[in-house]
Write a protein that binds this ligand. Structure first.
Ligand code: SAM
Length: 282
């Protein structure tokens, strides 16, 4: 926890910035582009809650940015002290600068630049009762953020991005995760590496497919660690990945729509796979 008794000790270490021409602000604004996020290995998260979540879960803040209106608030002061103590930079900026950084008219009062973090796939060894989600070429940042948030809520262990996917560290995805990006492991790999990893680990690979032969409720998700594999929004799962699955399951549908939204289908699957682990507290 970010305790209230931490020394502030940051007098003179806060830079005041009001100009959009400031090179540090230019660099932060450049993080809206993937190539700059990749090059610097950084990303932007908005809002005091998200920033505190990141810090509490051990992520590193490179730059903390807050508006003059947030100055003096004890939670902001504590986050600023932690940032300085770990070698980060603290900027006090005008509302205009904060709006430009977050691309919003009414920006949150606090945001932070964090270091990106991926879990190396080879290091993942799913254990019994763990559920992982693998996403084939996911395209939509909102879907990815929603899936990371849902995985966190259902106690899944992490998300594996397979193939060319949307960036988990884009502002839109980070917003949609509501802080869960800091709690859920995210790995990325190509199809070949995924299949190799799957063959080395004793796990149940459940593919979801509109032509799946089995009802998703008919699978026993408790026998091994489970990986639920979801298909691309437009194309669904390619044959190469479908063929590697232990089961291909279908979520029965009524009505006219021919498929569910990817994030909704993933939510249905994760909660079913983790049903035995999720209990309502009396
Ligand atoms: N046109 C695509 C197809 O034919 O597969 C639809 C893709 S759907 C929008 C995206 C992904 O969500 C699918 O690949 C599958 O993983 C999952 N999905 C959506 N509805 C599903 C259902 N009723 N049963 C199983 N999986 C489903």
């Amino acid at each position: 926890m970010i305790g209230s008794g931490e020394p502030l000790g940051r007098v003179g270490q806060v830079k005041e910035v009001t100009s959009l021409a400031n090179p540090i602000i230019k660099d932060i604004r450049a993080l809206s582009q993937k190539k700059n996020r990749d090059r610097s290995n950084q990303f932007l998260a908005e809002g005091l809650k998200l920033v505190i979540d990141g810090l509490e879960l051990g992520w590193t803040i490179r730059t903390l940015i807050y508006s003059k209106a947030a100055k003096g608030k004890s939670a902001v002061e504590r986050v600023a002290a932690r940032t300085v103590a770990s070698g980060g930079l603290v900027l006090e900026v005008s509302e205009k600068v904060l709006s430009a950084i977050t691309r919003r008219d009414n920006p949150q009062m606090v945001c932070a630049v964090f270091e990106q973090r991926y879990a190396p796939l080879e290091s993942l060894q799913p254990k019994d009762n763990e559920t992982w989600i693998a996403l084939d070429r996911i395209r939509d940042p909102g879907n990815l953020g929603t899936i990371i948030r849902t995985a966190d809520a259902a106690g899944a262990s992490g998300v594996i991005l397979v193939g060319e996917t949307t960036d988990p560290f884009s502002l839109e995805t980070i917003r949609a995760t509501m802080g869960s990006v800091f709690a859920v492991s995210v790995a990325r790999c190509g199809v070949e590496a995924f299949l190799k990893w799957r063959s080395k680990n004793p796990l149940l690979l459940i593919g979801t497919h509109l032509a799946g032969a089995i009802d998703y409720r008919a699978v026993d998700y408790t026998v091994k660690p489970t990986v639920i594999l979801m298909g691309n929004e437009q194309a669904g799962l390619p044959d190469e990945l479908s063929a590697a699955c232990d089961h291909l399951v279908r979520i029965p549908q009524a009505g006219r729509a021919d498929s569910l939204n990817l994030a909704v289908a993933t939510g249905v699957m994760i909660f079913e796979a983790r049903r035995h682990m999720l209990k309502v507290e009396p």
